[in-house]
Design a protein. Structure first.
Length: 390
C-alpha cells in the first residue's frame, strides 16, 4: 500500500502536518490492507517522511504481515496476565514518535468521521473521541492535533486498481445473495425468511471465494403495499408473509475483507402485471441513464438530474431520495454524493452506486441498484444480474 501512504504524506506536507495517527478500521485498511478484528485494537502512524508503522494485537500479527510489508509492532490483548492493550498501544506510539522526531509536532487524526465501518468482529465499532485524542497528545507530547478527515476522505474516494479488484470481488459475492433472493421470493414466505436465505447464500458461498477471509452480509427485505410509501427509506424485515402478486424489495450491503458493495433488487411474488413490468423497466433504465451521466468531470447534481429527468419524461414524479453515492471503504461513502445541488465532481476511478426508483400506490416500489466505476465515458458496472420481476 505504498502508493496510499505516499498520497497521504503528500497531503500532510501540503498541510504542514508532521504525522497522521489512524485508529478507524476503514483507514487502517486504506493504508495497510489489514482489516482489524476488534475496533480500537489497532493503529497506524504515517509520518510525513519515512515508512508507516502498523500496531496490532499479537494474535493478528501473522495476518497483518501477510497484507503489509512495512513496520509491524504488536502488543498483548485479551490476557489478564499481561499489560492492558491501551498501555501497549501507547508505548508503541511513544516509541514511533521518538524514532521519527515527532515529539511536540503537529499530529493529524480522524476528527470528523461520524459514519463508521465496523472491524471484522462487527458487533461493535470504535470512535475517535476524547480518550483517543488524549492518547495521541500524551504519546506525541503535543497539543497540536489537526483534523485530517478531509484528506482521508478525498484520498480514498478514488480507488486504486487493487482496491477495485477487492470491491469487484465484494460485488460478485453479493450476487450470490441477489440470485438467492430471486429464487426464494414466493407467496407465503416471510420477509425475514427471504433475508436469511440471502445472507446464508453469501456467507456460505462467499467465504473462500477468490481467497476471501471474512464475509459479512446485511440484507433487509420489504414487501407489499407499504413499498409504495416507504420503499424509498431504510426498511426493516418483518415476519410478514408475502402475498401473491406483491412486489418484494431487497436492500443488501456486503462487506468482504473490509471492502463494501451496495445493491437493491425488486421482484414480484408470482406473475407480474404489465404495469409492474413497466415500472421496473423504467427503474432499471433510469439506473443506466444515471451511469451514462456519471462521467469524469460531471457533478453529483448532473447525475441526479439525469435520472430524475428520465422519470419525468415518462410521466412519473421524482423519487424522494438521492440518486446515489460513493461506495467501497464504507457502505455509504461521503464522496461523491449524487443528489440535488451536489457540486462534488466525479473523478476517474471513483466507485459509485445509482439507485433511482419509482413508488406507486397500488403497484408498490421498484428500485434496482448496482455499483460502478467512473470512466471518461460514464460509469461501468462492476457486476450485474439479468433477471426481471419474475
Amino acid at each position: 500500500m505504498t502508493d496510499r501512504i505516499e498520497q497521504l504524506q503528500q497531503g500532510l506536507a501540503e498541510a504542514g502536518v508532521d504525522a497522521l495517527v489512524l485508529r478507524l478500521p476503514e483507514n487502517i485498511l486504506l493504508t495497510t490492507e489489514h482489516w482489524v478484528q476488534v475496533g480500537g485494537l489497532g493503529a497506524v502512524v504515517v509520518p510525513r517522511e519515512g515508512g508507516a508503522t502498523l500496531i496490532v494485537p499479537e494474535p493478528e500479527e501473522a495476518e497483518a504481515r501477510s497484507h503489509f510489508d512495512g513496520d509491524v509492532r504488536t502488543f498483548p490483548a485479551g490476557r489478564t496476565d499481561r499489560p492492558a492493550p491501551g498501555a501497549g498501544i501507547a508505548e508503541h506510539l511513544r516509541a514511533v514518535a521518538g524514532e521519527h522526531g515527532l515529539q511536540g509536532g503537529a499530529i493529524g487524526y480522524e476528527g470528523s468521521f461520524e459514519s463508521l465501518c465496523p472491524p471484522s468482529l462487527d458487533g461493535e465499532s470504535n470512535a475517535v473521541a476524547a480518550p483517543t485524542r488524549a492518547l495521541i497528545a500524551e504519546a506525541f507530547g503535543t497539543d497540536r492535533l489537526i483534523d485530517q478527515t478531509e484528506l482521508l476522505e478525498s484520498t480514498r474516494a478514488v480507488k486504486t486498481p487493487r482496491e477495485l479488484d477487492r470491491i469487484r470481488r465484494a460485488n460478485e459475492i453479493a450476487m450470490l445473495g441477489a440470485e438467492a433472493f430471486r429464487a426464494t421470493v414466493e407467496p407465503g414466505r416471510t420477509e425475514v425468511e427471504i433475508a436469511a436465505a440471502v445472507e446464508s447464500a453469501i456467507l456460505i458461498g462467499g467465504h473462500g471465494y477468490q481467497g476471501a477471509r471474512v464475509v459479512r452480509a446485511y440484507a433487509t427485505v420489504a414487501s407489499g403495499p407499504d413499498l409504495a410509501s416507504e420503499g424509498w427509506y431504510y426498511f426493516r424485515s418483518r415476519p410478514r408473509r408475502v402475498e401473491d402478486g406483491e412486489t418484494v424489495m431487497l436492500e443488501l450491503g456486503v462487506c468482504v475483507d473490509g471492502f463494501w458493495s451496495d445493491h437493491t433488487r425488486t421482484v414480484v411474488a408470482g406473475t407480474p402485471t404489465d404495469a409492474q413490468r413497466e415500472l421496473l423497466g423504467l427503474s432499471r433504465e433510469a439506473t443506466r441513464v444515471a451511469f451514462r451521466a456519471a462521467r469524469a468531470g460531471a457533478t453529483g447534481h448532473d447525475v441526479d438530474a439525469a435520472s430524475r429527468a428520465f422519470f419525468a419524461e415518462h410521466g412519473y414524479e421524482q423519487f424522494p431520495h438521492h440518486t446515489g453515492h460513493g461506495v467501497g471503504f464504507r457502505y455509504h461513502e461521503s464522496l461523491p454524493w449524487l443528489t440535488k445541488g451536489s457540486e462534488q465532481v466525479l473523478e476517474l476511478g471513483m466507485t459509485i452506486v445509482t439507485e433511482p426508483g419509482v413508488y406507486e400506490e397500488g403497484l408498490g416500489g421498484f428500485r434496482w441498484e448496482d455499483n460502478a466505476v467512473v470512466t471518461a465515458e460514464g460509469a461501468t458496472r462492476l457486476v450485474e444480474t439479468d433477471y426481471g420481476l419474475d
